[in-house]
Design a protein. Structure first.
Length: 195
């Protein structure tokens, strides 16, 4: 980044036209990697699967990193209220999901993590993850959760490198697992009461 570039991080509603480049490029990425699983119409429906208001306060946020006013990276989170994926034996703390797989602690689910293909390998995805983490903590979340596809090794490597715990057996081929679930805790490990 040169000294004339100006980087800003801003929240946007999912319906804002500024978010469309992120959604368009995510659609191309997903169709390229998972063409046999999605038609373009299926993919459009998937990208609109969650109502826009879920990515707004009080339970969510959607951010874009802008350089010179142009979106170059972004991501969002929402309150996770559905069963989660992952191997129960790999959860870092007992009691984080009930028998149906629902989170039992306030959990933010990251969605739509994106870096423009023209701006990759510059640390922007790490900046998105860090900013979302700060914002989720400010909204009172204790835990973060996300999934990525088995054909996105760059994403899986990024999550591992930034302190996320895999909820799957990393010795297996990702295609054998399907969606790869991760978690990260925002609050310290509870300590046992002293007697």
């Amino acid at each position: 980044m040169t000294t004339t570039d100006v980087r800003a991080v801003r929240s946007y509603p999912l319906t804002d036209p500024a978010v469309q480049p992120m959604l368009d490029e995510l659609a191309v990425e997903y169709l390229t990697r998972y063409a046999e699983h999605f038609t373009p119409d299926d993919l459009r429906a998937e990208l609109k699967r969650y109502p826009a208001e879920q990515f707004e306060a009080p339970d969510g946020d959607l951010i874009l990193i802008l350089e010179g006013g142009v979106p170059v990276a972004g991501g969002a989170f929402r309150l996770r209220a559905e069963p989660e994926l992952g191997d129960r034996a790999r959860l870092t703390r007992a009691g984080t999901r009930d028998d149906a797989g629902l989170p039992t602690v306030r959990t933010a689910e990251y969605k739509r993590i994106w870096t423009s293909s023209a701006h990759r390998r510059r640390g922007l995805a790490r900046a998105v993850l860090a900013e979302l983490e700060v914002r989720a903590a400010a909204l009172g979340y204790e835990r973060l959760y996300l999934t990525t596809g088995p054909r996105q090794p760059e994403a899986a490597a990024l999550y591992l490198a930034t302190g996320w715990t895999p909820l799957f057996d990393t010795s297996l081929a990702p295609e054998e697992i399907g969606p790869l679930a991760f978690e990260k805790w925002l609050c310290p490990e509870p300590t046992a009461p002293q007697s």
